[in-house]
Design a protein around this ligand. Structure first.
Ligand code: GLA
Length: 730
């Protein structure tokens, strides 16, 4: 460790020294390097990104050539894709950006920040190209800051955060797409000539369909545990655009940034436009390796309370939907406590006085419905305390129903295109509030502030958003600035989240957007976790959670045991399998415990106790994805390995059942080859223990040869699943 630190310091010094001598800026993470050429008066070039370079590598790096790091529109190559396109104050459509000075290097607590000043030699337009390299995880963040001192406003027509060049070869890209109840479905494809665009224009929740992350496999078909791999995640809560451009050049280039279409940005003199950061991770250990790098960065630097363990919770939605009563809440709290759970969350349906909440009214009126809850929130927090569980509740503060006291009092707070009727969503009355308006921001903050001040025992808030921006326009913004609507919404929202977090740093917040609509690293600095999907069907969840795990760690993935038949798919799946899928993320329950049989209750209680035992490894360990459900091998398999490799947990889920099926062996990864591990099956359902139960094997054997997992339990082959705990014995 000491040697490593000395080496790292040496490398950093070399990087800076080379930077000052030859305009080369080299940034290093523990295992990777990013190198730029920034000669004063010249163009900024991207030279290298990959495994960490030595000082000797660096001394010859410019000989290998590079490519423009942040291409701008209009001069010399106006046909080329641009990261930045500006209409200057006099109408000129072209921009030139040259390095104005040496990079400014700032040493931060866990990172080094390089700020490279770029200036247009003719117009007073400035761009700072910023790169942050972490010293405790293999992630770099890249973004730009744009401002000017021209006589009047300029218009930004394109304003990418970064361009990531990947040398042309047999490169494949993995990315996620989907829809409500089918989020994070994975597509893997070779990159070919042309443009692959991944985008979102929802306006409110950018994770519902295509996701703002990609993973490049540089050595052909994506492999989970081998091959050079780069993951890139745009950290932004609003509309985005990722374009992978493959054309006449030697590179595939990822242009990543806020969606500029329908959003020209008028930038007044002196205002700084800061683009969201693009987080980039490199690994030579395949897709799982790149995921592990992003997960480590996420837990340590991006996710609220990322290194804290999460409670086992029961959320009331699928148990009672909006039929909330004091009795029903108390029964669920008691059942949760008996099962060993730790936190009860009351979902939608608890509020509205003049218009008691239904699907089509009451949203926006965050006063308790005292017909349903005569003793209010205080009564519920007291009940929760009596059962020894924490209490949380659901809100959807960016939204309202037109039938609400709020909209009657403040019709001007509804987001709508000026001089037009508003289009409504859920229940034909739901609308989005205009987060561009500072009064609305204050109001949204006050919802959380009032709840948390009045009821300090609220430990958790589920923050939902169930509607897209159906009409583009804001009554608050000037007519000439309507193109700012989407960006201003998210600036306003982020301001509120910042206020909430600075006043209530400890409350646990879940980001929900009709399911997984709010899964983005730009949201998570303010939130502890995301609701992965409204689809709680265990089989479909394997696919959804698999995709989500490409970019997000288990600690942030809310994953709940639900009813059978499942409420979304109608599929009947045994409790054991439902539990085993939910346990691979942040475990919770999304059903009425009263509907469990006695045997199911007992199994559930046993599994919750097991989960508490393995929680540090699942929530904070390193993920190794082993057999993908998308690979159609009849089984999906992943494991988590604790930081010191003393403990690991393997999740094995059989996906289909055919006679004469040959299932693969359970071959592991990430263990210490030279240690021995005892195998223990958790909450076993089969009458007979596994043949390997209690036996010890070396990490090497478990990884190279593996163990057999029999198909099915007790002669039943359908819906077999196994959770194995591996404990180092020497
Ligand atoms: C959304 C959420 C659900 C639930 C409902 C309540 O659909 O994703 O979990 O909270 O809203 O209306």
């Amino acid at each position: 460790m000491l040697m490593y630190r000395i080496l790292l310091t040496f490398c950093l010094l070399i990087g800076c020294a080379v930077g000052s001598r030859a305009g080369v800026v080299a940034l290093h993470t523990p295992h990777t390097s990013l190198v730029l050429s920034a000669p004063k008066g010249g163009a900024l070039q991207w030279l290298y990104y990959g495994s960490q370079l030595t000082a000797i590598d660096l001394s010859g790096i410019t000989a290998l050539g590079g490519t423009v790091a942040y291409p701008v529109f209009g001069l010399g190559t106006s046909s080329a894709e641009a990261a930045l396109a500006v209409t200057h104050s006099d109408g000129n459509y072209t921009t030139d950006l040259l390095v104005a000075d040496a990079a400014q290097m700032v040493q931060e607590a866990h990172s080094t920040l390089a700020r490279i000043p770029l200036r247009d030699p003719v117009y007073d337009l400035c761009v700072d190209y910023c790169v942050r390299a972490y010293t405790d995880c293999d992630v770099v963040e890249v973004w730009t800051e744009i401002w000017h001192n021209e006589p009047s406003a300029v218009t930004l027509r394109r304003y990418c955060s970064a361009v990531l060049p990947v040398r042309r070869s047999a490169v494949w890209v993995s990315h996620l797409h989907g829809s409500w109840a089918a989020e994070a479905q994975m597509t893997q494809q070779p990159l070919q000539d042309g443009v692959l665009e991944i985008r979102n224009k929802d306006g409110v929740r950018n994770g519902m369909q295509d996701r703002a992350e990609v993973m490049f496999s540089l050595d052909g078909t994506p492999e989970e545990n081998s091959g050079r791999t780069i993951a890139a995640a745009l950290c932004y809560s609003g509309n985005y655009q990722l374009r992978i451009v493959t054309n006449w050049s030697d590179y595939h280039r990822l242009f990543a940034g806020i969606m500029a279409e329908d959003a020209p940005y008028t930038l007044p003199s002196g205002e700084r436009f800061v683009t969201p950061k693009l987080a980039v991770a490199y690994s030579d250990e395949g897709c799982s390796g790149a995921s592990r790098a992003l997960h480590a960065w996420g837990r340590q630097h991006q996710l609220a309370h990322g290194t804290a363990l999460r409670d086992v919770l029961l959320n009331s939605w699928e148990g009672v939907y909006m039929d909330i009563t004091e009795q029903a809440m108390e029964t669920m709290m008691r059942d949760l406590a008996e099962l060993g759970g730790e936190l009860f969350v009351m979902d939608d349906g608890w509020f509205g006085r003049k218009y008691p909440r239904t699907n089509s009214q009451g949203l926006g009126d965050w006063q308790v419905d005292t017909h349903k809850l005569p003793h209010g929130i205080a009564g519920l927090t007291q009940t929760a305390a009596r059962y020894g569980v924490k209490f949380g509740l659901w809100i959807e503060p960016e939204m309202a129903c037109l039938r609400s006291a709020l909209c009657e009092a403040h019709p001007e707070w509804v987001l709508r295109a000026p001089r037009r009727e508003v289009t409504t969503g859920r229940g034909s009355t739901q609308v989005v509030l205009d987060m561009a308006n500072p009064e609305v921001q204050d109001y949204v903050f006050s919802i959380v502030d009032t709840l948390l001040t009045t009821y300090p025992d609220i430990a958790y808030i589920k923050w939902d958003a169930n509607m897209e921006m159906q009409d583009y326009g804001s009554g608050y913004l000037a007519d000439t600035l309507q193109g700012h609507t989407a960006i201003a919404y998210h600036k306003g929202l982020e301001r509120v989240w910042q206020r909430v977090r600075s006043k209530y740093p400890d409350v646990v917040l879940q980001a929900c957007g009709s399911g997984g609509g709010r899964i983005n690293w730009g949201v998570l600095p303010y939130f502890d976790e995301c609701w992965v999907s409204d689809n709680t069907d265990a089989l479909q969840r394997i696919y959804t959670q698999w995709g989500t795990s490409y970019f997000y760690p288990a600690v942030a993935m809310a994953s709940h045991i639900s009813a059978s038949p499942n409420h979304q798919t109608g599929r009947v799946i045994p409790m054991k399998y439902r539990i085993d899928v939910a346990m691979s993320g942040r475990l919770g329950i999304e059903m009425q415990p009263r509907q469990m049989t006695a045997a199911e209750r007992a199994l559930c209680a046993e599994a919750i106790a097991d989960y508490k035992r393995i929680r540090p490894t699942v929530q904070q360990g390193d993920l190794y994805r082993l057999i993908s459900p998308y690979a159609h091998q009849g089984v999906a398999l992943l494991m988590y390995v604790g930081g010191d490799k003393a403990e690991a947990v393997a999740f094995w889920w059989q996906l289909d059942t055919f006679c004469g099926q040959h299932l693969p062996r359970l071959r592991m990864a990430g263990l210490n080859p030279d240690r021995h591990y005892r195998v223990t099956e958790l909450h076993r359902r089969a009458a007979q223990p596994l043949a390997v139960e209690g036996k010890c094997y070396s990490g090497r054997m478990l990884m190279e040869s593996g163990i057999e997992v029999p198909a099915g339990h007790n002669g039943e082959q359908a819906w077999a699943s196994t959770v194995l705990l591996l404990t180092a014995v020497d």
